[in-house]
Ligand binder design. Structure first.
Ligand code: FAD
Length: 386
């Protein structure tokens, strides 16, 4: 498929090690993900059986150090996300939640025992993790959460409901955020603990090849050692979300690149009024505008990767990337669908699937409105959330 990012020679400017990793993930996507995606999307199934293959590929927690993780650069992680999301946002979501939310929360805030128990198995794809922050009544405003953890002797007892949790019903372990007497704390919850249950959300029109679930915690009793010792307050889960958002900045470019490539190939082959529709100025304008916008999004992603690898990246900078790149990618996917005409409404072509997936990406890890407010606050010094 034609790669519109080649126009700016962007791939050629990347360091060799990172390019190799990107090429390996692209090959995996070609061999193992693309052949099945139409069926998984249509049947609304996440191919859980591929989890160990993701582990073997080395993308689970790939930017973390030790405990079986690859210790790759932020750039390498971003490029892997790009290739996964070019196949389908569901795969990038799986890898983001596993590595940047579930594993990162344990890696950054966990005890040595928690890390040793979970991280190697999660890196190998033998154990799946999820991250429970959102609740039915508290999405953009997670600080209002109702899930409670109460001390009972040396144990903790958790009660509450978490909503829209990726990987929730196939997870072996959940990082659950709860209100305690000492503020918001995180807990590592094995999902076979009595009182824990998960129910997959059905009838989704978006991210159909990904699992989204409701978690119910009904008197879940955990030992004192289940608490993440270093995570205190809402800033802990928010720091995990920043990790995952970074992957989205690149992933969105992948969905855009795949959509443009698909529309470009189609436009060259589809003839109307006696010539390929690629020969009409209106079509070329669409293709040119989308290529400019995808190129800008990629350059922004690469800039943020440099900041992240230098260890200086700030939350509002990630918000700029998430807001811009998802907004541009969804506009691109929709525009590509118009180039495909009627053919664009089935799963034979990827753009409408990408557009539908990006509706979720626009919403999770902070909605576009919330990222706008983050940037607004950074610029003005005034918080406008309430
Ligand atoms: P609301 O917060 O109710 O927002 C509704 C609308 O109001 C939005 O447009 C929002 O931008 C707007 N709004 C809210 N507050 C303001 C404001 N102050 N100013 C202006 N506009 C505002 N959560 C997890 O914890 N773990 C997961 O793994 C996870 N996976 C997800 C997977 C999917 C497919 C989806 C759809 C969601 C997932 N989420 C997950 C939840 C996601 O993070 C929330 O959906 C998101 O934070 C928005 O919350 P909400 O849906 O309750 O919408």
């Amino acid at each position: 498929m034609t790669d519109p990012l080649q126009l700016l020679d962007i791939p050629a400017t990347l360091p060799a090690d990172e390019r190799d990793i990107q090429a390996t993930v692209a090959r995996f996507a070609e061999d193992r993900l693309r052949p099945g995606i139409r069926e998984w999307y249509e049947s609304g199934r996440f191919p859980r059986e591929l989890a160990p293959e993701f582990g073997k590929l080395g993308v689970l927690g790939m930017h973390l150090d030790g405990y079986g993780c690859a210790g790759a650069s932020a750039l390498a992680y971003g490029l892997a996300c790009l290739e996964l999301e070019a196949a389908d946002s569901g795969f990038r979501s799986f890898v983001s939640v596993q590595g940047s939310l579930a594993m990162f929360s344990i890696h950054r805030y966990g005890s040595e025992e928690q890390k040793a128990e979970w991280l190697p198995r999660m890196a190998a794809g033998e154990a799946i993790g999820c991250f429970g922050l959102t609740e039915p009544d508290f999405g953009s405003d997670p600080g209002g959460m109702r899930t409670r953890a109460v001390r009972d002797g040396s144990d903790w007892v958790l009660d509450g409901t978490k909503m829209w949790i990726t990987n929730g019903s196939v997870a072996d372990v959940a990082t659950v955020w709860a209100r305690t007497e000492e503020g918001i704390r995180g807990f590592v919850v094995p999902t076979d603990t009595p009182g824990f249950s998960a129910r997959a959300v059905g009838h989704k029109l978006s991210l159909r090849a990904s699992i989204t679930a409701e978690l119910v915690l009904d008197g879940v009793r955990l030992p004192g050692s289940a608490m993440l010792p270093e995570a205190r307050g809402l800033s802990a889960p928010l720091s995990c979300l920043n990790e995952a958002r970074f992957g989205i900045v690149f992933g969105a470019v992948g969905a855009a690149r795949d959509s443009i490539g698909c529309a470009l190939d189609y436009a060259k082959n589809r003839t109307q009024f006696g010539k390929p529709i690629a020969g009409f100025q209106l079509t070329q304008r669409k293709l040119a505008d989308m290529t400019v916008s995808a190129g800008n999004a990629m350059l922004l992603a690469l800039h943020l990767a440099r900041l992240k690898d230098a260890g200086t990246i700030r939350g509002e900078q990630i918000s700029v990337g998430k807001l811009n790149n998802v907004r541009e990618a969804i506009a691109i996917a929709r525009e590509c669908r118009t180039i495909l005409g009627g053919s664009g409404i089935t799963t034979e072509y990827s753009p409408l699937r990408h557009a539908n997936n990006l509706e979720s990406v626009l919403t999770y890890e902070g909605t576009s409105e919330v990222h706008t407010l983050v940037i607004g606050q950074a610029l003005t010094g005034i918080a406008a959330y309430r």
